[in-house]
Design a protein around this ligand. Structure first.
Ligand code: XMP
Length: 528
């Protein structure tokens, strides 16, 4: 009963828009800070990652439903360790401290934290006691630990609710004040019941409604876009990727034909991709679409260029030029859609936590800075997986929604050497074989990226009775979470065999197929 009263005593959030009552994740520089925010959202509760430097007043002004204090690499007693305004814990907002967040809570509330002789890293067997956090969960379970310091005495008034063999105080709570803390990491997959712990905190403790759904996001963004754009015209550059596609569809849903999409076809896409964009937007969704066939312009500027950075610069510049020309033709357009994602807005800044920063090279199409248009950024609050779910909800075809990342300069940086029409055609055919077989094997979505590279060298082969002097094709397939690191994918040998023999049999210019077995680091994902 007492727990119920506690839940009901928090203000109801059911009637307000999810973004008006966020769960704020205070970033203390831990490697999992962003992951915590994503996990909260997976529980259908809107969350934002914010700096640990926010004052109690600033936090209160955001009217959060709950707070989560992230982990962090520092020790709470070290000079310069990230701090938080101690008044934050007196706001009466339900708060969950994780790892460093737990230790900070303990220290600031009068408990003690001490350094262990050895750090505890990896799986641990935890014994969970009675707590709203652990409701309906097995009392014994595996949790993921990663810490050197430990809480050795909980704050006065708090109760210890979990332990593990090396961490007697693995969780504590002060229900009266709505303060909860865990030493283990509920946000990582290595804590199998971790998501349930987070859900219990959100639903049971904080009374947060699971209202952050793709449908709610769409409804909300459509409203926002309408009020921002009014009856003005708006333009959107389509890249063929999921971000610009979802952004465009949201805007179209909001303001209909006030939107014009411009698809700059630079001729460096993979087989059938340009057609797919035109078919989806022009044909299926009836979005006003300008399809600029600029292949010749791009190819003539790329002729004889083999330096990767020069290729990138050329494609970027030419893209802007073409886009500007088209925008000018459209006359008075006040607004420009940009597919900026939440992960572009936040950047974990080491110990110091988040810093608002936009990664310029990740902006859709890298549009010109001097274009005097107001930006409309309907994906600014969304993580990539949320963009995909919104895309599905909007009825976007599976191929577009789940498309693997593809670099802006396209196949130009997958031909190692000069880019020519003939090499592009060869690479496109080889890549189509690879895509086809990877999809047939059901592996497309499991791989971060899978593609072919054409190093413009020749090697000797023998086909039939004659010697050949053809191109090699390299197969590159990686698994990754975020492209910062990547592991080369262990594709089944039979699949590699099928891909290789189809490529050499179907494409006369190719007589050899090799497999890239390097991870990132030391290699990068792309070859250029
Ligand atoms: P690397 O090769 O650096 O790539 O491991 C990391 C991720 O970034 C993509 N990439 C690019 N994307 N323009 C882009 O829009 C580029 O010039 C570019 N270069 C690499 C790459 O495909 C991978 O997903």
């Amino acid at each position: 009963m007492a727990e119920h009263a506690e839940v009901l005593s928090f203000p109801s959030a059911a009637t307000s828009a999810p973004e008006e009552r966020p769960v704020l994740v205070l970033d203390f520089g831990g490697q999992y800070s962003q992951l915590i925010a994503r996990r909260v959202r997976e529980a259908r509760v809107y969350s934002e990652l914010v700096s640990h430097r926010l004052s109690a007043a600033e936090i209160q002004a955001r009217n959060p439903l709950a707070l989560v204090l992230s982990g962090g690499p520092a020790s709470v007693y070290v000079e310069g360790a990230p701090e938080m305004d101690p008044d934050v814990l007196r706001l009466g907002i339900p708060t969950l401290g994780i790892c460093y967040g737990m230790q900070l809570m303990a220290r600031d509330l009068g408990g003690t934290v001490e350094s262990n002789d050895v750090s505890e890293y990896g799986k641990a067997d935890a014994l969970l006691g009675e707590s709203p956090l652990f409701r309906d969960l097995p009392a014994e379970q595996v949790v993921w630990m990663s810490h050197r310091d430990s809480v050795t005495a909980p704050p006065p008034g708090a109760r210890v609710t979990a332990s593990s063999p090396s961490t007697p105080i693995a969780a504590f709570e002060d229900r009266e004040r709505g303060l909860y803390a865990v030493q283990f990491h509920p946000e990582v997959v290595h804590t199998p019941e971790g998501q349930e712990v987070l859900k219990n905190f959100l639903y049971e403790v904080a009374g947060a409604p699971p209202s952050w759904t793709p449908a709610a996001v769409i409804e909300e963004q459509v409203e926002r876009i309408r009020s921002q754009v009014g009856s003005e015209r708006i333009i959107c550059g389509l890249s063929g990727g999921v971000d610009s596609a979802v952004a465009a569809l949201l805007v179209h849903k909001a303001v209909g034909d006030q939107l014009t999409c411009v698809f700059v076809d630079h001729g460096l896409m993979r087989a059938n991709e340009a057609e797919q964009v035109v078919e989806t937007f022009g044909g299926h969704f009836h979005v006003p679409l300008v399809h600029v066939r600029a292949e010749e312009r791009f190819l003539s500027r790329l002729a004889g260029v083999s330096d990767p950075e020069t290729k990138r610069k050329i494609v970027g510049e030419e893209f802007i030029r073409v886009f500007e020309e088209e925008a000018r033709k459209l006359g008075d357009v006040r607004f420009l859609v940009q597919g900026t994602l939440y992960s572009d807005v936040i950047e974990s800044g080491g110990d110091d936590g988040v810093a608002a920063k936009i990664k310029s090279h990740h902006n859709v199409g890298g549009l010109p800075a001097d274009m005097r248009m107001e930006l409309v950024e309907p994906l600014r609050l969304l993580f990539k997986d949320e963009v995909r779910r919104v895309g599905e909800e909007l009825g976007m075809p599976e191929r577009l929604v789940w498309r693997q990342p593809f670099p802006g300069p396209g196949l130009a940086i997958r031909i190692i050497g000069d880019v020519t029409e003939e090499r592009l055609e060869t690479l496109r055919e080889a890549d189509a074989v690879l895509q086809d077989e990877v999809r047939k094997a059901g592996l497309y979505r499991e791989l971060w990226q899978s593609f072919c590279v054409l190093p413009a060298i020749r090697s000797v082969g023998v086909q039939g009775d004659s010697r050949t002097y053809g191109y090699p094709i390299a197969i590159r397939a990686v698994t990754s979470e975020d492209a910062m690191t990547a592991d080369w994918a262990r594709l089944p040998y039979d699949l590699i065999e099928t891909i290789a023999s189809r490529i050499v049999n179907e494409i006369p210019a190719v007589n050899r197929v090799v497999l890239d077995v390097t991870s990132k680091p030391p290699a990068t994902i792309e070859w250029e």
